[in-house]
Design a protein around this ligand. Structure first.
Ligand SMILES: Cc1cc2nc3c(=O)[nH]c(=O)nc-3n(C[C@H](O)[C@H](O)[C@H](O)COP(=O)(O)O)c2cc1C
Length: 406
C-alpha cells in the first residue's frame, strides 16, 4: 500500500557541498530503482525528508536511513497511507535552505507535486514542509541529554519485610516498584502491585475474583500493601495503591476504612496516593465527584494512572486537578524517535507544570527515552530501566550516572 513517511534529523558530520551532492545523487539513484519518490530539505544542521513508496519498501529504507551515522536524533513525524503520490518519478529532489529563497520555496516544491491540486498547498504534508522551512526541527530539547554520555549504575536497597496474608484461603503479598527522581537520586514513591504465590500480575489475580466480591477484595487487600509500606517506607516517601473507583463508591465508608488501614500501618494519609485509571475516572463523573471529596477530606493524594491510554475528557481532567498524572507507557515507548508522541507529551508536561501537578513517566525502559523526557522537564520515572517490581520490598535500583571519561 502506498505510504508516506516524513522524518526530521540532526546532521552529525560537517557536510561539505560535495558530501551533500554525493549523498543526494546516491539516494536519488537508489530511490528511483525502488520506486521511491520524495524530497529532502537541509538547513545547515537539520534534515527533513518526505519518502513515498510501497509500505515494505519505505519501512526497509527508513530502517537504513535511521541507522546512518551521518545524522542523529531521527524523529518520525508522520507515517500514513496515501491515495496518490505527491512527487512522481523523481527519486528525490534536494533543497538546500541556506541558499534557497524561502519566500518562493514552497511554491517551488509544489511545482514538483504531480497532482498539482490547488488545495494540496494546504494539506498536512505541505503544512509540515512549511513549518520546517520557517522554524527547523521541533521539540529537539536545546540542552538535550545525550544517551551516549550516560550509563545506568545499580545500587542495592535492601529494604524487605516478608509479609504474606490470606484472603479467602489464598496467600497474597505486594511487590513494590519505585518511582524515582534520577537527577536528585531520590525515591519519590512506590507503587504497590498485588502478587499471589504463583507470582501472577494484578490483572490475572483480579480476573479470577468473582465479580460480587471484587470490590471487597480490592479494598481489603490494600491493608497488606499499607502494612508493608509502613514497615519499609522512610518518612518522606509515599506509597501508591491502585483502587477501582467501584470499591470506593459501593463499599460504605470505604475511605474511612482506608484511613483506618493507613493509621494501623503507622502511615500518614499524605504518604498515600490512590491511583485511579484514566478510563475509570472519566466515565462516571457523578460518582467520581463524591469519591474525590472523601479522598481530599482524608488528606490522601490522588493520581490519574495510564494517562493517554483511554479517551481523555480534558475538560473533566482540568476540573479534578489530581496531585499526580502518570503518562501511559504507550506514549513513552520509543518517544525519542516518534514525533507524534513527543508533541502530545510536551503538551501534557506544559499542562502539569502550569497546574503544579507531579508528572510521572511510566514504562521507561530505554536510556534514550529517559534522556529525551528529562530534557523536556519530566522529573519522575517508573519502569524497568530503573527498577522492576520487587516482592515484599525494594530490590535493586538503577540510577543514571554521567560517564567519567566523557
Ligand atoms: C539525511 C539522509 C537522507 C537519506 N536519504 C536516502 C534516500 O532517500 N534513499 C536512500 O537510498 N538512501 C538515503 N540515505 C542513505 C542511507 O542512509 C543509506 O546510506 C543507503 O540507503 C545505503 O544504501 P546501500 O546499503 O545500498 O549502500 C540518506 C542518508 C541521510 C543521512
Amino acid at each position: 500500500m502506498l505510504t508516506t513517511l516524513i522524518y526530521q534529523s540532526q546532521s552529525e558530520a560537517e557536510f561539505s557541498d560535495l558530501d551533500l551532492i554525493n549523498l543526494t545523487i546516491a539516494a536519488c539513484k537508489k530511490n528511483k530503482a525502488i520506486q521511491v519518490t520524495g524530497i529532502l530539505l537541509f538547513n545547515g544542521s537539520e534534515f527533513f525528508q518526505v519518502l513515498e513508496g510501497e509500505e515494505e519498501v519505505i519501512d526497509l529504507l527508513f530502517c537504513h536511513i535511521s541507522e546512518d551515522q551521518r545524522h542523529t536524533d531521527v524523529v518520525e513525524l508522520m507515517r500514513d497511507y496515501s491515495a496518490y503520490r505527491r512527487f512522481s518519478d523523481i527519486g528525490m529532489t534536494f533543497f538546500d535552505l541556506r541558499i534557497a529563497d524561502k519566500n518562493t520555496l514552497v511554491d517551488e516544491i509544489h511545482q514538483l507535486d504531480h497532482v498539482q491540486n490547488h488545495h494540496l498547498h494546504d494539506d498536512k504534508i505541505f503544512r509540515l514542509i512549511k513549518r520546517f522551512i520557517a522554524q527547523g526541527a521541533w521539540h529537539r530539547p536545546s540542552c538535550g541529554l545525550k544517551s551516549a554520555q550516560w550509563e545506568m549504575v545499580s545500587k542495592k536497597e535492601s529494604r524487605q519485610d516478608r509479609l504474606w496474608q490470606t484472603e479467602k484461603g489464598v496467600l497474597y503479598t505486594f511487590a513494590l516498584q519505585p518511582i524515582v527522581e534520577p537527577m536528585s537520586g531520590r525515591i519519590a514513591s512506590f507503587e504497590a502491585l498485588i502478587r499471589d504465590a504463583k507470582g501472577r500480575s494484578p490483572g490475572a489475580i483480579f480476573s479470577a475474583i468473582p465479580s460480587d466480591s471484587l470490590y471487597a477484595f480490592d479494598l481489603q487487600t490494600k491493608a497488606i500493601a499499607l502494612e508493608l509500606a509502613g514497615k519499609i517506607l522512610r518518612d518522606d516517601e509515599k506509597i501508591a495503591i491502585n483502587l477501582l473507583p467501584g470499591s470506593l463508591h459501593t463499599i460504605p465508608n470505604a475511605v474511612a476504612q482506608l484511613t483506618a488501614q493507613i493509621s494501623q500501618a503507622n502511615l500518614r494519609p499524605e504518604q498515600v496516593i490512590i491511583e485511579l485509571l484514566e478510563t475509570e475516572v472519566i466515565t462516571n463523573t457523578v460518582d467520581f465527584h463524591k469519591i474525590l471529596k472523601d479522598i481530599r477530606a482524608a488528606g490522601i493524594g490522588l493520581a490519574v494512572d495510564d494517562f493517554g491510554s483511554g479517551y481523555s475528557r480534558m475538560s473533566f481532567l482540568s476540573k479534578i486537578q489530581p496531585d499526580e498524572i502518570k503518562i501511559d507507557r504507550s506514549l513513552i515507548q520509543d518517544i525519542h524517535k516518534m514525533g507524534g508522541q513527543q508533541s502530545v507529551v510536551v503538551a501534557i508536561v506544559r499542562y502539569c507544570q502550569d497546574m503544579g501537578i507531579n508528572l510521572v513517566a511510566e514504562g521507561v525502559e530505554k536510556l534514550e527515552e529517559w534522556c529525551w523526557l528529562q530534557s523536556i522537564g519530566v522529573n519522575l520515572y517508573q519502569g524497568f530501566l530503573f527498577a522492576r517490581p520487587c516482592v515484599d520490598g525494594i530490590g535493586e535500583i538503577q540510577w543514571p550516572v554521567k560517564k567519567h571519561h566523557i
